[in-house]
Design a binder for this molecule. Structure first.
Ligand code: HEC
Ligand SMILES: [Cu+2]
Length: 329
């Protein structure tokens, strides 16, 4: 539909038509009223022109119906825009439950993408068609923004925080990927490409080299950094058991609660004293400087993979067979 208009990037995700339709609606409404005003200005200028300069206009005393009309009609039109935009906004920010997760870090001046299975790539992102993909990312230095125009997604990469974008590619091909936040002298060169592949090609690409999976690398770090010595799976160590913690609610020493998500785990490792878990001593050392962004992401991926003993038993009961992969060993 848009291929004839070079102003618009292709639509290559399920979100793209949603964003464009809203955009066209808002543009059409604004253009309609702008034209209406211009047309009447011209018509009245001609109709009521006064070459003598002596006519005096009738005094205007106001009209309740008119005032109500031009307040209420625009109100409803803007509520339609608001409601519609809210739906689109939620679709953009809320990823579906089952996504293919890919981690990424931005730094001056490149994007690095890390697939869970182990493959990593720089300024290139390979994704399968027809499957929701979630890219979770942060920045190692300054603000960046990950922007993929054909998918109509963009989000800031903020040092010390995780952002994410999600999309379901609908078209095989190669597309641009940009940094959309001025980040230094070579910002304009911080570009790359997204390669959307057929699922089989994607699987083949994934298995071509890559090394350890993020989970395995996270487990290695968990041992090397000594996390394992305090965080025993049975909870008998100096720190709480992390099994099944991901996604749970934690009660903190100050009485507040916190969701155990990516950011929470990241902060637990870098600034453990900031949010103490209720019932534990503040003995966890900071690992600032000992683990980089990718290491943190691997640790998170490992902790995510630890099912609680209860969940594990339930999973085994539901599907008899080998133990759930990635369980506490
Ligand atoms: C010296 C023992 C010790 C070591 C080593 C240690 N921790 Fe901890 N950890 C604790 C204690 C005690 C707590 C609870 C108090 C707190 O929040 O700091 C904790 C809390 C946590 C939490 C929050 C858990 C929850 O239930 O909310 C996470 C996540 C965590 N640690 C991860 C790690 C990781 C990853 C490492 C290794 C990089 C690590 N810890 C190393 C002792 C340790
Ligand atoms: Cu930039």
């Amino acid at each position: 539909m848009l291929s004839g208009i070079p102003l618009f990037p292709e639509q290559a995700s399920t979100l793209a038509p949603e964003v464009d339709n809203l955009y066209f609606f808002v543009t059409a409404v604004t253009a309609f009223f702008a034209l209406l005003v211009v047309v009447f200005v011209v018509i009245f200028a001609i109709k009521y022109r006064d070459p003598t300069g002596e006519r005096v206009g009738a005094p205007i005393t106001g009209s309740i119906p008119l005032e109500l009309g031009w307040s209420i009609i625009p109100f409803f039109i803007s509520m339609v825009m608001f409601g519609w935009a809210t739906v689109v906004f939620f679709n953009i920010v809320r990823a579906p439950d089952q996504t293919l997760e890919i981690y990424s870090t931005g730094k001056q001046w490149m994007w690095r993408f890390q697939h869970i299975e182990g493959q990593s790539e720089i300024n290139e992102l390979h994704v399968p068609i027809g499957r929701p993909v979630k890219v979770i990312f942060t920045s190692e230095d300054v603000l960046h923004a990950l922007y993929i125009p054909v998918f109509r997604v963009k989000a800031d990469a903020i040092p010390g925080r995780y952002s994410s974008i999600w999309f379901t590619p609908t078209r095989v091909g190669e597309y641009h990927l940009f940094c959309a936040e001025y980040c230094g002298t070579k910002h304009s060169g911080m570009i790359g490409r997204v390669v959307v592949m057929e699922p089989n090609d994607y699987q083949a690409w994934l298995s071509g080299g890559g090394g350890l999976s993020m989970q395995a690398r996270g487990e290695q770090l968990f041992q090397q950094l000594g996390c394992a010595s305090c965080h025993l799976p049975d909870g008998m160590g100096r720190g709480p058991s992390l099994a099944g913690k991901y996604g749970a609610q934690e009660t903190l020493a100050n009485g507040a609660t916190a969701n155990v998500d990516d950011t929470y785990i990241r902060e637990s490792v870098l600034t453990p004293q900031m949010r103490l878990v209720a019932g534990y001593q503040p003995v966890m050392p900071t690992f600032q400087g000992q683990v980089n962004e990718e290491g943190l992401m691997s640790l998170i991926e490992y902790i995510k993979s630890l099912p609680s003993t209860g969940q594990r038993a339930a999973a085994q009961a539901a599907a008899p067979g080998p133990a759930a992969p990635g369980g506490p060993r």
